[in-house]
Design a protein around this ligand. Structure first.
Ligand code: GLN
Length: 275
């Protein structure tokens, strides 16, 4: 009997040791995005973005940034295009509604910020080819009964100001009790968890990431009848068609090679908004 226990314990210890090896291995092998290349001989372009929008742009932990303090699909994509066009990319982080003006006033050279291509925006900026299909989702508290946007009539909705979430709620045919506009998504999600708003409408990938991180408090759902499909584009000054075309030539190839999808799957698998 004693012998049996000894063998049993030995098996347990060996298994535990094996499991910890596996964990250590997968930790050291965790995917990390490729850092941006900086070459002093290359010209520098300033990229405007709004880095509170995981998985597209966020402030990364030390050792995990692509460019300065930033990581995300747009940051990696721009870094890759920069490397191929032999330009350095410098990130300028600001609130989303200021990006178009920053481009028009040439404070930034281009924008990559999960920006939806819209006809009204296309009068103000030169969009690249579309590189990502998106749309709006609703984020609600776990204990709430809502299943569709129509269920939310009479409730208080939160949106990020000046975004397509804001426009779809403002222009839509649902009578909300109130629309609360936030400068950034994270404070809206906090207010949703805290109970001062009932729903927060935001781009699908961002909604799902917040719901995954705070799954005990919130959940997210789409509503195809209410929200239309959207496509993201990088944006350039109206006069910078040549620069836009140079970006397009690389972007088109990267899309065809599945690079944007690859970045999406890697970022959503190996990073979370809490980081
Ligand atoms: N895709 C949305 C828009 O273009 C939101 C973008 C964002 O907040 N970064 O309005």
């Amino acid at each position: 009997m004693k012998k049996f226990i000894v063998i049993f314990l030995a098996v347990v210890f060996v298994s535990a040791a094996l499991i910890s090896c596996v964990q250590a291995d997968s930790d050291t092998e965790r995917w990390r995005p490729e850092p941006a290349v900086f070459n002093p001989d290359w010209p520098t372009l300033i990229m405007g973005t709004s880095a509170g929008f995981f998985p597209f742009e966020f402030v990364a932990m030390e050792g995990e940034a692509v460019n300065a303090r930033y990581a995300g699909i747009d940051i990696s994509l721009a870094a890759r295009i920069g490397r191929e066009l032999e330009v350095n990319i410098e990130i300028m982080d600001m609130e989303f509604p200021g990006l178009i003006f920053a481009l028009q006033s040439r404070e930034v050279d281009f924008v990559a910020a999960a920006m939806t291509i819209r006809p009204d925006r296309a009068e103000q900026v030169n969009f690249s080819v579309p590189y990502f299909t998106a749309g709006q989702w609703a984020v609600v508290r776990q204990d709430s009964p809502f299943q569709s946007i129509a269920d939310l009539a009479g409730t208080v909705v939160g949106v990020q100001i000046g975004t397509t979430g804001d426009f779809s709620v403002t222009d839509g045919n649902i009578n909300f009790q109130d629309i609360v506009r936030f400068n950034q998504p994270a404070p809206g999600i906090l207010d949703l968890i805290g109970g001062s708003i009932d729903v927060f409408v935001i781009d699908a990938a961002v909604a799902r990431a917040f719901a995954a991180t705070h799954h005990e408090q919130i959940r997210a759902f789409p509503d195809m009848d209410f929200f239309g499909a959207e496509q993201y584009g990088m944006a350039f000054h109206l006069e910078d068609t040549e620069l836009r075309d140079r970006f397009n030539s690389v972007l088109e190839r990267l899309i065809a090679e599945g690079y944007v999808e690859y970045l999406y799957s890697q970022y959503t698998t190996y990073f979370s908004p809490a980081q």
